[in-house]
Design a protein around this ligand. Structure first.
Ligand code: GCW
Length: 668
């Protein structure tokens, strides 16, 4: 019986043999170790019904303490005091060694010990850990962040799971227990940074860095700290004017810089371990250095100077493009924007600035190429931004398991190697992702969308994990043991391909309803200012982004540029992102482009219907609450999939006057 609120900490009917697990010995005293011990005890009781006796404050052997029990401590401490010769790990890493009756969880540091505890519990719950086992892990990259787009009125921009966990009526307001449960979910998959407010910093949110709200932010930081999670605040570039009452926010103006310094001093007096500021500047109407004729390096470095004495970082987003474009003007290509703006600045940012680059050149579409900035920012610390909240991928109404998409991103080859190898081993220092939770009882609206939060954390920890592995873990934790978990795993794995098929075809993007971004509207963005056009006419569709067109392909290293520039080598799932093709263009399967568009839309919809059938097979086996809530989502998904299928197919039928070879119903 699945308890939706508990996510991947479900109560199991049968637990492990409790010998060695129900008694805890621990090493040195530190807040994180205290917490690791607490989390171990809580997890054993909650998931396996095994009460654990409070820890003895030592792991030194003695007559009383030499018996069965789990040892918890840091590697350096245990090696020194017990001569254990445990292999040192990287920061936040851990070793698990299970000598029968005497399991050991040893972190490289306190945080690593906490992560080791969660991993121990998770593996135990999946039935993957037994006496005799030994393993060691270190996270690939140091920064593993979630960005909330929460507003202070309690709404969540692009949120599909209820109101904000943090804000209400213009102030910080939360349920303590809920925050602790959220912190546990995040820490258990390795998340260590959290920005709490929307990058569009409007109204009262600008005052989060003032006396008015800082004590409340500090209270929230106190709740996340034991879980090893440090907060960031999103700030607005023009705050020196709107909050400080100055006449300018020019980054090269001393009064503006001094205002930020004063504000940073204040912020760090209240929250000494705040991780830093996150900022969206010169983007979609937000102010930025361009307003003063300055560069993004000028802007970021000014903030960086203010945070530097406090050890804080500036996370500076690269989502900078012309959002007031004239659709008539074919000389601008939004896809080029991030690279055009930021590549020339590589090497000119302060050492506590990290650029945050969206994974694709557009905006979290169901299929985009990986941004050419990855592998090209050799001299600038940076992060890759993903989106867990399903803005363009079905609003947590449609099932869409995003690790399938992200695994493709991780495998993408940059000139410096695949993204997954760059993470943590280059100036790409981690991942950030827009969160997908809210106050809904099941956290994510669609219960199965919890898998996206889980999967993001796992991937940020180990970018080499495949979608299948992640889906299997999550399904086992939430629906296992037994074959219900297998069904859920297969549903997750079917979901992204199905969604992609009934959405915009072959990398075309933005056929979505404007504003809301759910449901089809093939020309919704065609004549707007947002720069996302496909320019379909009666003969062809797509944008030529080769050197003969907008030149976007040239932003990639030569081999990749050549691959994308030639329709015969360009991956077909992106072919309309890079090329303008006639509808009678022959795809690799020998059929025309148009026929492929029809086929994928019929197939995607059929696959969505098949997912519902699979789900109904679980009736009576997983608990009514979860069954019903997910069933209701699948029913809505099918409506959406049908709408996508019919609108997109009719759109192209009307453009071309060429019907479906297989004679299926396409509406006039
Ligand atoms: O995709 C767009 C979203 C906006 C968002 C923006 C961004 C926070 O539609 O809602 O604003 O991206 O990433 O800044």
């Amino acid at each position: 019986m699945v308890a939706e609120y508990d996510c991947w900490f479900q109560r199991r009917d049968a637990g492990p043999d409790r010998v060695g697990l129900d008694r805890l010995y621990r090493g040195e005293e530190s807040p994180l170790l205290d917490h690791a011990a607490l989390e171990y005890r809580r997890g054993m009781e909650k998931c396996f019904g095994i009460p654990v006796r409070p820890p003895a404050l030592t792991v030194e052997p003695s007559a009383a303490e030499g018996g069965p029990g789990l040892r918890l401590g840091t590697i350096p401490y245990l090696n020194k005091t017990r001569g254990l010769a445990l292999t040192e790990q990287g920061p936040e890493g851990f070793v698990i060694r299970w000598e029968p009756g005497r399991p050991l969880i040893a972190g490289q540091d306190g945080q690593g010990t906490l992560y080791g505890v969660y991993r121990f519990l998770s593996l135990l719950a999946q039935g993957k850990l037994r006496p005799g086992d030994e393993l060691a892990e270190t996270p690939a990259a140091p920064l593993r962040m979630i960005n909330h787009w929460d507003n202070m009125d309690g709404s969540v921009e692009r949120g599909y799971a209820g109101l904000s966990l943090f804000f209400k009526d213009g102030r910080i307001s939360y349920d303590r227990g809920r925050i602790e449960d959220y912190a546990r979910l995040l820490a258990s998959v390795g998340i260590n940074r959290l920005s709490i407010n929307n990058v569009n910093v409007r109204g009262p949110a600008r005052e989060l860095i003032t006396e008015k709200h800082l004590p409340d932010v500090a209270g929230l930081a106190d709740l996340f700290r034991p879980f090893g999670i440090r907060l960031l605040l999103s700030v607005n570039f023009s705050s020196p004017i709107s909050v400080g009452g100055l006449g300018t926010a020019d980054p090269l103006d001393r009064t503006a810089a001094a205002w930020w310094e004063k504000q940073a001093d204040l912020v760090y007096r209240c929250i000494p371990d705040l991780a830093g500021f996150l900022i969206k500047a010169d983007s979609e109407g937000e102010a930025g250095p361009f307003r003063y004729g300055r560069s993004h390096a000028d802007g970021a470095n000014m903030l960086a100077a203010a945070l530097k004495p406090h050890g804080g970082i500036v996370v500076w987003r690269c989502f900078v493009y012309n959002s007031a474009q004239d659709w008539r003007d074919q000389s601008i290509d939004r896809a080029r924007a991030a690279y055009d703006h930021f590549k020339p600045l590589d090497g000119s940012f302060a050492d506590n600035v990290l650029l945050q680059v969206k994974h694709g050149p557009y905006d979290f579409q169901v299929r985009e190429p990986v941004s050419p900035l990855f592998g090209a920012l050799g001299k600038t610390r940076h992060l890759m931004e993903l989106q867990i909240t399903q803005e363009y991928t079905g609003h947590q109404i449609d099932l869409c398991f995003l690790p399938s998409m992200w695994a493709d991103v991780m495998d993408f080859d940059t000139p410096a190697g695949p993204v997954k190898k760059l993470l943590g081993a280059s100036s790409l220092e981690g991942l950030a992702a827009v969160g997908n939770v809210g106050l809904d009882g099941n956290w994510t609206g669609h219960t199965l969308a919890q898998a996206n939060l889980y999967g993001y954390g796992r991937l940020a920890w180990n970018p080499g994990l495949g979608a299948e592995e992640i889906a299997g873990e999550w399904a086992a934790l939430c629906f296992g043991p037994g074959d219900a978990a297998e069904t859920v795993k297969s549903l997750l794995l079917k979901s992204y391909p199905a969604y992609e098929k009934y959405n915009a075809p072959f990398g075309l993007c933005f056929m979505v309803n404007p504003g809301i971004h759910y449901g089809p509207s093939p020309e919704g963005y065609e004549f707007s200012r947002w720069g996302t056009y496909h320019r379909a006419d009666r003969e062809a569709v797509g944008i030529d982004r080769t050197s003969a067109g907008t030149g976007y392909t040239e932003q990639y290293a030569p081999a990749k540029a050549a691959l994308f520039a030639d329709p015969s080598t360009c991956p077909e799932n992106l072919i309309l992102f890079f090329h303008r093709l006639r509808y009678d263009y022959r795809m690799k399967n020998g059929q025309t482009l148009l026929q492929n568009i029809y086929d994928t839309h019929f197939e995607g919809c059929d696959e969505a219907e098949a997912m519902l059938t699979l789900w109904t097979g679980l009736k009576g086996r997983i608990g009514g609450e979860c069954y019903d809530s997910v069933l209701a989502r699948f029913e809505r998904q099918i409506e959406n999939a049908r709408q996508w299928r019919d609108v997109v197919n009719t759109y192209f039928w009307r453009k071309t006057g060429v019907g479906d070879l297989k004679g299926r119903k396409i509406y006039d």
